[in-house]
Design a protein around this ligand. Structure first.
Ligand SMILES: [Zn+2]
Ligand SMILES: [Zn+2]
Length: 138
């Protein structure tokens, strides 16, 4: 069973058939689907599910902190159910493939005091870019 689905159950989120299908689609590691991809996959399980329901549900999951929105430059936003384990992203600049990665350092702690300009720094996002094995060998 999906970890996301379990988390949503645990917090008492009202699980309609549509919401459940969306949570089931967002299952597993390295999952970063666009809203349209979530919709395509959800439709194969629940043909009547509308695009609007998918968009609204994704927005709600983001606002309650159970799904992360990943912006990859020039491409559609992606949705990542791995919201509770801090991670960064490795992105293929050709095909857009994304992997969750865990650098050794802590990007927040690594920012020197004189580079903080008085900010209380809470969070950092690092995107590693390159070519995935498929694109590198093409
Ligand atoms: Zn690639
Ligand atoms: Zn991720």
């Amino acid at each position: 069973m999906s970890d996301l689905l379990e988390r949503l159950r645990g917090r008492g989120w009202r699980l309609t058939a549509q919401r459940r299908v969306i949570a089931e689609v967002l299952d597993g590691d390295h999952v970063h689907y666009t809203a349209d991809e979530v919709h395509d996959k959800a439709v194969s399980r629940l043909p009547e599910i509308s695009r609007a329901t998918v968009y609204n549900t994704l927005g709600e999951l983001v606002s309650i902190g159970e799904v992360l929105e990943v912006a990859t430059d020039g491409r559609a936003k992606r949705y990542d159910p791995n919201a509770h384990r801090p991670h960064q992203h490795l992105v293929c600049s050709r095909c857009g493939a994304i992997r969750d990665v865990h650098p050794r350092g802590n990007p927040v702690a690594d920012l020197p005091a004189e580079e903080r300009f008085g900010f209380v720094v809470q969070d950092a996002e690092v995107t590693y870019r390159g070519l995935c094995p498929n694109c590198a060998s093409a």
